[in-house]
Design a binder for this molecule. Structure first.
Ligand SMILES: Cc1ncc(C[n+]2csc(CCOP(=O)(O)OP(=O)(O)O)c2C)c(N)n1
Ligand SMILES: [Mg+2]
Length: 566
């Protein structure tokens, strides 16, 4: 009944409708009323140690679930959250950020209240102003009459554009009566321009059909727009090899025979690099041409050979087709290539081309791993072993640092997800992200690779992981500092205090972790991880500070050459 609805109830109902079941956050007096509404709603409020971590958790939750939500208090909470929301914006993740605010009357009178920045109108509005730059839509709710539409507009923007939004809720509005929610079509999406779509597809089909050595490059937007199934269908239909950019890792099941590995310019394995760079037509679907994704601009993909479809437009060679959406383009391409193939059966063209055999990435799993119990652990051997440790339940999270470069070469089994912030690259993302992933998919087991430097940023969120009874396996890679930075440019600032990391889970209320230095000790730790599947297993891995992934070594060499040339 209309009379029973309040702004607080309206907002929690709209959040629930997006598929969110958990809201991460930290309380504060401006948001307590709203938090009571969340507690009374079907949503579960998950308290975190700080707001940044709540934001990272909501971001990772959204990567699994489609949408995530976070709720914090005014300014002290809102500004702590900012970095996480900026990351979600950069990486196109749908996070609904909700923030309590002063009563409207206090704001109108410009009273000097705690947490505000000063007593002018500008000071009161500064949070929303700042968030406008890092969200699809940022709004301060203004009145009981307008708030429902304002909320609906924000929620729709979040879901449709795959970007975060920010909603500031004055404390006095939470219990204000409002209209009941009308049906909201969250699945509606814009239609591609049919002529532009048809032209783009025809041109792409022509190029691909005439290519001798085409290759497919899958990217993150396939994930974001839920197009994995469509992509796999297209891949099954063609005989090209397929690589992914680092951010797009696991957009395809990596046991697929046409999957060859991660392409990131000079950081890539030689075979992957040659296959992509020597291709005469590169079909990039949803891949971002960002620096880390493309090996700090060491990638060599000639625009004249490139078909680049992104979320909202297609670029073929040097011209663009606007309002062509990725899902429509992939579908159109599948149909176009099938029609072309049928027509070409009697001619030589596509069928007659000499296809070099594909070196599937999955063949690396066939190699047996023989443990050398007394050998010190090296990065290379550790990740080779990890390839055999992952199973269908695993979801891999890799933090920015050498961890995400190493994890790029792991084979993601059927259904295995890979979560990393490879574009925004804010270190410390993975531990709070593990909380989000664990709650979004309790039936899965997060496997986390985090550097010591990254871990020090957000370590306390292990305590919430323990509190929530989640059971990830965390590999803390202790190489005594910021190794990735050492390779790029070394200095005393890359050294950090060495913690007894493995003892922290016990401090936080869980079981003690373990530390491993040799392959034999690693085996014992992995056995424990297999046995204790219902709790956090924390494994501190000591590695030589000079040791790093082959990708990082290749990057070091590429940067040195670049410096020598400039
Ligand atoms: C929030 C944030 N601060 C600073 C940086 C710059 N940065 C990039 S990598 C890195 C060091 C990572 O060290 P660690 O986690 O130990 O990984 P390693 O390379 O040693 O494996 C730093 C400080 C960043 N990316 N994000
Ligand atoms: Mg380190």
């Amino acid at each position: 009944m209309a009379g029973e609805w309040t702004i607080g109830k309206y907002l929690t109902e709209r959040v629930r409708e997006t598929g969110v079941r958990h809201v991460f956050g930290v309380p504060g007096d401006y948001v307590l009323g709203l938090m009571d509404e969340i507690v009374e709603s079907p949503l579960e409020l998950v308290g975190t140690c700080n707001e940044l971590n709540a934001g990272y958790a909501a971001d990772a939750y959204a990567r699994m679930n489609g949408v995530g939500a976070v709720c914090v208090t005014y300014a002290v909470g809102g500004f702590s959250l900012l970095n996480a929301i900026a990351g979600a914006f950069a990486e196109r993740v749908s996070v609904i950020a909700i923030c309590g605010g002063p009563n409207r009357e206090d704001a109108d009178e410009h009273r000097l209240l705690h947490h505000t920045l000063g007593d002018s109108a500008g000071h009161y509005g500064v949070q929303v102003d700042v968030y406008r730059h890092v969200t699809q839509h940022a709004i301060g709710l203004s009145s009981p009459e307008e708030a429902p539409d304002q909320i609906d507009e924000a929620i729709l923007a979040c879901v449709r554009h795959r970007r975060p939004v920010f909603i500031e809720v004055p404390a006095d509005l939470v219990t204000a009566p409002c209209r009941e929610p009308a049906p909201l079509d969250l699945d509606a999406r814009p239609e591609s321009d049919p002529d532009a779509l048809a032209e783009a597809v025809a041109e792409a089909v022509e190029l691909l059909s005439n290519a001798e050595r085409p290759v497919m490059l899958g990217g993150v937007e396939v994930h974001r727009f839920g197009l994995r199934g469509q992509l796999e269908e297209l891949l099954d239909q063609v005989d090209y090899p397929m690589a992914t950019a680092l951010m797009g890792k696991s957009v395809i099941r990596e046991t697929h025979p046409q999957y060859i590995g991660v392409y990131s310019g000079a950081l890539s394995e030689d075979y992957v690099r040659r296959t992509v760079e020597d291709a005469d037509c590169v079909l990039a679907l949803g891949a971002w041409m960002s620096d880390i994704n493309l090996g700090i601009y060491t990638a060599k993909i000639d625009t004249g050979r490139l078909i680049h479809a992104s979320a909202e437009r297609v670029r073929i060679k040097r011209h663009y087709f606007d309002e062509v959406y990725l899902g429509d383009f992939i579908r159109g391409l599948g149909e176009g290539l099938a029609a072309r193939k049928a027509a070409a059966v009697e001619t030589v063209s596509a069928e007659g081309r000499d296809v070099p055999p594909i070196q599937s990435a999955v063949t690396s799993l066939a190699e047996r791993f023989e443990v050398r119990p007394d050998d010190a652990i090296t990065i290379k051997r550790f990740y080779e072993r990890m390839n055999h440790f992952l199973d269908n339940e695993s979801i891999v999270l890799a933090d920015a640092g050498d961890s995400f470069l190493c994890a790029g070469d792991l084979i993601m089994h059927e259904g295995v997800g890979f979560i990393c912030q490879a574009f925004y690259c804010s270190i410390g993302f993975t531990i709070p992200a593990t909380l989000g992933v664990g709650l979004a998919a309790r039936e899965r087991r997060p496997v986390v690779f985090v550097g010591d430097g990254a871990f020090q940023m957000t370590a306390q969120e292990l305590s919430t992981i323990i509190r929530q009874g989640l059971s990830p396996v965390v590999f803390l890679m202790n190489n005594r500092g910021y190794t990735i930075e050492r390779v790029i440019h070394d200095g005393p600032y890359n050294d950090i205090q060495n913690w007894k990391y493995h003892r922290l889970p016990e401090v936080f209320g869980g079981s003690a972790g373990c530390e491993v230095r040799t392959e034999g000790e690693l085996e014992a730790a992995l056995e424990r991880a297999q046995g204790e599947r219902d709790e956090l297993v924390f494994i501190e891995v000591h590695v030589d500070p000079e040791d790093c992934s082959s990708a990082l070594k290749r990057l070091g060499r590429a940067l040195a050459e670049h410096r020598a040339l400039s």
